[in-house]
Design a protein around this ligand. Structure first.
Ligand code: NCD
Length: 298
């Protein structure tokens, strides 16, 4: 069922929600000062239990530029370190009557549990290998600004699919808009159970043929435990890293995307790191403003 108050998954969005978010994001992109009182007197709490540069900074900038009072809780000095249960911590913050809680968590399932203790809008900023809906919205927004329409585009997602919340959200969102999704990864880093996926390749050179969009993903070592998923980064780059030679197999106007952080020489060679990757950050800020705006009426 589509959730109107929370954004925990891409599944909480209808096509008309996404279209409204894109329309708002477009306005925010064109006018940086737009909507500066929209969130006046509103309280936004950022609760990031995992490292973040882009997502945290953009949520904080987005909320502040729309006029909200923003608290980014320093997790390392919070009472979670005094043994407080996560549920109790969330109930405590909820008692301060915030309007939004933005959460990033290592565990994929816990966000649905926490949602039961939060009365305001809860926005998922990444839950383990679960989902990252605002990144997918930003990525989809970038793609639609470069290509006239998403329907029929061949979009390849290459890298550590198994651990990627960005892949999961993008697969679902891009399929809603009719893209052809092709996954490329070593057999150890693929997840075969996506009904939305059109094809799977274990070779970048084969999968990249005629691609319109190439989305690269980082090897997410922090989720690999002691498991051995690749032989070496060198071999991984040789087989799955994008370089100017492999890029020749894609369409000449293909765009190269990466949610960041980039590991140069592992998933991409330095010389082809392109402006579109920074555009994902720029558009990501506009999308986060638009998401806060969209949920302000809930
Ligand atoms: C991603 C994340 O944290 O899920 N980055 C991001 O939010 N832009 C991808 C990653 O960490 O590899």
């Amino acid at each position: 069922m589509v959730n109107k108050k929370n954004l925990l998954s891409v599944r909480d969005l209808t096509i008309s929600d996404v279209e409204n978010i894109f329309k708002l994001a477009d306005q925010y992109l064109k006018n940086k000062a737009a909507g500066c009182h929209i969130l006046q007197n509103k309280i936004v709490i950022n609760l990031f239990f995992e490292d973040s540069t882009r997502t945290l900074a953009s949520f904080e900038i987005a909320a502040k530029s729309l006029g909200a009072n923003v608290v980014t809780l320093p997790i390392k000095s919070s009472s979670i370190n005094k043994g407080e249960d996560l549920k109790d911590m969330v109930k405590t913050l909820n008692a301060m009557n915030p309007d939004y809680v933005i959460i990033r968590q290592k565990n994929s399932g816990i966000i649905n549990v926490l949602a039961q203790y939060i009365n305001c809008s809860l926005i998922n900023a990444g839950n383990g290998s679960g989902e990252h809906p605002t990144q997918a919205l930003a990525d989809c927004f970038v793609i639609s600004s470069h290509k006239n329409q998403i329907r029929g585009l061949k979009i390849i997602i290459c890298g550590d699919i198994l651990h990627s919340r960005v892949a999961r959200s993008n697969i679902r969102l891009l399929k809603m808009f009719g893209a052809k999704i092709c996954l490329i990864a070593p057999p150890t880093l693929i997840c075969r159970y996506f009904p939305e996926v059109d094809s799977i390749y274990y070779s970048l050179i084969e999968g990249i043929k005629d691609a319109d969009v190439i989305m690269l993903l980082r090897l997410q070592k922090e989720r690999m435990g002691n498991g051995c998923f690749i032989s070496s980064e060198r071999e991984y780059f040789y087989l799955y890293g994008l370089d100017s030679q492999k890029l020749l197999y894609a369409k000449p106007d293909a765009i190269i995307m990466h949610p960041g952080p980039i590991n140069r020489g592992v998933e991409i060679s330095s010389d082809i790191v392109d402006y579109v990757i920074l555009q994902q950050v720029e558009f990501g800020l506009a999308i986060r403003k638009a998401v806060l705006h969209h949920y302000s009426s809930c």
